[in-house]
Write a protein that binds this ligand. Structure first.
Ligand SMILES: *Cc1c(COP(=O)(O)O)cnc(C)c1O
Length: 373
């Protein structure tokens, strides 16, 4: 074992229950894109499917992987499906996202005609992220056209917020007003959804018919503002992922000696250096060296020098008794100290989302709990 990622599926289910209770009567969709935020697509989807209204993925390949794993729950592909793959999407029975591309909509309709059953459609409306969607000012005509297309089964309209994790943003209310205006004339049976985890927490008026939650399911807070506010209101989220490795070598360096590439770190005192067998290829950001800490024997040990492709260095001088072979926690708890994905992200100038989403799929995951347990 070079590194070990342990995923607590029961914690993910408890987080889903806590979020579902928070947002009820709105329904909960689980976002499992990016390999379930690095937690592993199929095991996480299998654990969550019985507890949520549907699963949202980004790419058609993820939906196909879920169907191949015999998951028959409703699936919504949030991202663009290449026109050449529309037949596969239709056969997989997924809800397809449409935006303001009329040619693409015609291609989808023609696939549905040929395959003799309507395409389930979720229409995306851009209210201010400027990424993908029908521009809100002219969305209502496009929605009416989609609703009137016999090859389409228009299931819902949705949007996404730009700054919902901040407490002091009036832009979320502005986006919500744009969305409600654009969807005012939708028929009653067509659902409306807008909120991801942060908006559902901080802006209850955005919950509408359904919430598409990702990060919160994994027990990671979208921002410190959401964490402070919602912990204060008694919401408990449990981090589901633990990332551990072991010290493979331990050695002494004299003052003035350098460690690692570029000689960016130099010992200022007699130092005991531990070598870790993981680097940026295993998902540890290159700039974690000199910025982040890990836990050894329940104590913090700083990462020093530059993280290499497959190895990294820690300063063990202040961890009495530390030896090669000792366990190292990069994300998780050791004794009374915990490092969250967000702590590691913040030290590296990014967010917990990016840290977990970039954990390579090739690193083995060990699962605890879940449907089979
Ligand atoms: C990723 C994503 C979500 C989930 O966001 P979280 O912040 O992880 O809850 C919801 N909706 C869309 C469109 C997304 O791309």
């Amino acid at each position: 074992m070079i590194a070990e990622l342990t995923i607590d599926l029961d914690a993910i289910v408890r987080n889903a229950r806590a979020l579902a209770a928070l947002i009820a009567p709105a329904r909960l969709a689980a976002v499992v894109k990016a390999d379930a935020y690095g937690h592993g697509l199929v095991p996480v989807a299998r654990a969550l499917a019985p507890h949520v209204d549907r699963l949202c993925v980004y790419a058609l390949e993820e939906a196909v992987a879920l169907r191949d794993a015999s998951l028959d729950c409703p699936l919504h592909v949030l991202g663009p499906v290449p026109a050449a793959d529309l037949d596969i999407a239709h056969a997989a029975g997924v809800a397809l996202t449409l935006w303001d591309d009329a040619t693409y909509a015609r291609q989808a309709a023609s696939v549905a005609r040929r395959r003799r059953s309507p395409f389930a459609i979720q229409a995306k409306i851009d209210t201010g992220v400027a990424r993908l969607g029908l521009p809100y000012a002219r969305a209502s005509a496009a929605l009416a056209a989609y609703a009137a297309t016999p090859e389409f089964d228009l299931r819902g309209a949705f949007t996404h917020f730009a700054a919902a994790e901040e407490l002091d943003s009036s832009f979320t209310d502005e986006q919500l007003a744009r969305f409600l205006g654009a969807t005012r004339e939708l028929a009653g049976g067509v659902e409306r959804h807008a909120a991801a985890t942060a908006a559902a927490m901080l802006w209850p008026q955005t919950r509408l018919d359904l919430v598409r939650a990702g990060i919160g399911l994994y027990g990671i807070w979208p921002s410190t503002q959401t964490e402070t506010t919602m912990r204060g209101r008694g919401l408990v989220l449990e981090p589901a992922l633990t990332w551990r490795t072991r010290i493979v070598a331990e050695h002494a360096v004299e003052p003035g000696a350098s460690v690692g590439y570029g000689r960016s770190w130099r010992a200022e005192r007699p130092t005991r250096v531990g070598t870790l067998p993981i680097g940026y290829a295993e998902g540890l950001p290159r700039n974690a060296g000199g910025a982040a800490t890990v836990l050894v024997r329940g104590q913090r040990a700083p990462l020093i020098g530059r993280v290499c492709m497959d190895m990294a260095f820690i300063d063990l001088t202040d961890v009495p008794g530390a030896l090669a072979g000792d366990g190292v926690t990069l994300i998780g708890r050791d004794g009374s100290t915990t490092i969250s994905a967000d702590d590691l992200g913040a030290a590296c100038g990014t967010i917990g989302y990016e840290i977990v989403a970039r954990l390579p799929a090739a690193v083995p995951r060990r699962y605890e709990g879940g449907p089979g347990a």
